[in-house]
Structure formats: C-alpha cells, structure tokens
Design a protein around this ligand. Sequence first.
Ligand code: ATP
Ligand code: MG
Length: 200
Amino acid sequence: MYIKAVVLDNFKSFGRKTKIPFYEDFTVVTGPNGSGKSNIIDAVLFALGLARTRGIRAEKLTDLIYNPGHEDGERSGGPREATVEVVLDNDDETLTRSQVVNAAGSEEIGDVDEIRIRRRVKETEDNYYSYYYLNDRSVNLSDIQNLLAQAGVTPEGYNVVMQGDVTEIINMTPHARRGIIDEIAGVAEFDAKKEDAFEE
Ligand code: ATP
Ligand code: MG
C-alpha cells in the first residue's frame, strides 16, 4: 500500500483544489522556501489523523484553513473550510475488503483497490467541526486509526519522519532509543497491554 495522491482544497497555502500525485517507490517534492512543500506533509498528517504525537505545524486546527492574509496575520472572510483527501493505492490488498467494510460500517464502499481517506475542518462563528470520511462514508477518527493500524500506520509510529526526528533519535539515551526499536518491531504494543493487565 502506498499514497497515490493527496488532494488539498483550501488547506494552508493551497487556496485552490490541488491534486498532488505520488509515485510508488520514491517521490521528491522540490520548490523554493515557503512554496508549500511541508504543507503537503501537514496535509497527510491532518487527513490520516496522525497529528497527535507527530507535530503538525499549526496552533489550532482552524489555522489549517487557507487564509490569503496569512502572512499579515489577517483573517479572511470567505468560506472557512479546508479539506484534504489522501488516496491510498491498495492494489496489493494490504487492507482486505472486510477490514475496510468494518471501518466504514457499510458494504457500500466501492472497490477497495483504492482507499480514500478524507478530512474536513469547518469553522463557524463560534466553533469548529472536524469530519472524517472513508471512501465517502462518514466515519470517526478511531475508525480511521484502527484501519490504518492494521496496515502498520499509527500516530506513534515513524511512518512520517519529521524534520528534527533523526537528530532527536541520535541524541537519545540508549534506553529511549530501544523504545523506538520496540515500537517499530511492534513489541511496544504488547508491553503496554501487559502493563495494563498487571494493573488490573
Ligand atoms: P521550506 O523550503 O522553507 O521548508 P516549504 O516549501 O516547506 O518551505 P511550507 O512551510 O510548506 O513551505 O509553506 C509555508 C507557506 O505556507 C508560508 O508562505 C505561509 O504563509 C503559508 N501558509 C501557512 N498556513 C497558511 C494558511 N492558513 N493560509 C495561507 N497560507 C498559509
Ligand atoms: Mg519545509
């Protein structure tokens, strides 16, 4: 399974709906400083609900909505809504149909050779709302997270390596570094479950 495309609509500096294709093996995004390269990574973290522990670069969720006056600290009138869709190529059936059906809570999800995870944030006058969709079916964050965990993608994992992560790993104590290896090897999950069981 791999990310086939990311579609950004009104997200951060992407004021127009923009589809960014990704290749299976290796894709490089280049461009001048401030052109929005890192915003694409933020979009992936945002849409896949991975932003809890990996730092998305925004103070509040609504800062992710495109704002033409961003640089001047001004707020735009217009529609206060941003959407990102991550299109996963699941041709290799990393996720089975029944796993996707289970997460979507519906059989009506179309073909699962392509899995589309979409998140929308909407700001109203006094509040904001966040919505998740799986192949166009409305779902909860936990549905997305449980599904992705079955493909080895978790908020604690290193599926996304952020700037500074490598330095941090190098500067860690051996014990903390061992923790990361346990995490990657999938051992940490069982350690946590064991601890929970002891506590009970
Ligand atoms: P660098 O090469 O320096 O890492 P980059 O290509 O990664 O640059 P990003 O950090 O992705 O650049 O993009 C930064 C730009 O995004 C800035 O110009 C900033 O003003 C703009 N930006 C961030 N949030 C918003 C927003 N909500 N609305 C409009 N523009 C935004
Ligand atoms: Mg950057």
